[in-house]
Structure formats: structure tokens, C-alpha cells
Design a protein around this ligand. Structure first.
Ligand SMILES: [Zn+2]
Length: 60
């Protein structure tokens, strides 16, 4: 089995539809969810946590 597309940094699934934010790939489903997500929602903190991990990896 071959993985197609790019790996989304949020859900970690391989998708062909998505966008690049800070050169990191986010699938369309997660992007839509990020836009919808209220800042007080727990999911927002999950997204930030995921993004921070990416940034820390890059800054090592
Ligand atoms: Zn995703």
C-alpha cells in the first residue's frame, strides 16, 4: 500500500487536499475545523500544541 498526498500535521493522515501553513501541511478537513474552532475550545489548544511541536522540531 502506498501513501498518497502529504501527511497532515494535525490528524497525521495522508491527504491530497489541503494547504501549507508555515511550510507545514494541514488537510482541508483540519483547516476547516481550525477556522471554525473557538479560541476557548479545547481543540484550539490541541492545534496549538501540535503546531508548537513542529516549531520546536524546526528550531532544534
Ligand atoms: Zn488533517
Amino acid at each position: 500500500m502506498q501513501e498518497e498526498g502529504q501527511r497532515c500535521i494535525i490528524c497525521e493522515h495522508y491527504k491530497t487536499e489541503g494547504i501549507l501553513i508555515l511550510s507545514e501541511y494541514i488537510c482541508d478537513a483540519c483547516e476547516a475545523e481550525m477556522i471554525r474552532t473557538d479560541a476557548t475550545d479545547a481543540k484550539y489548544h490541541f492545534f496549538i500544541h501540535q503546531l508548537k511541536q513542529i516549531w520546536m522540531e524546526k528550531n532544534v
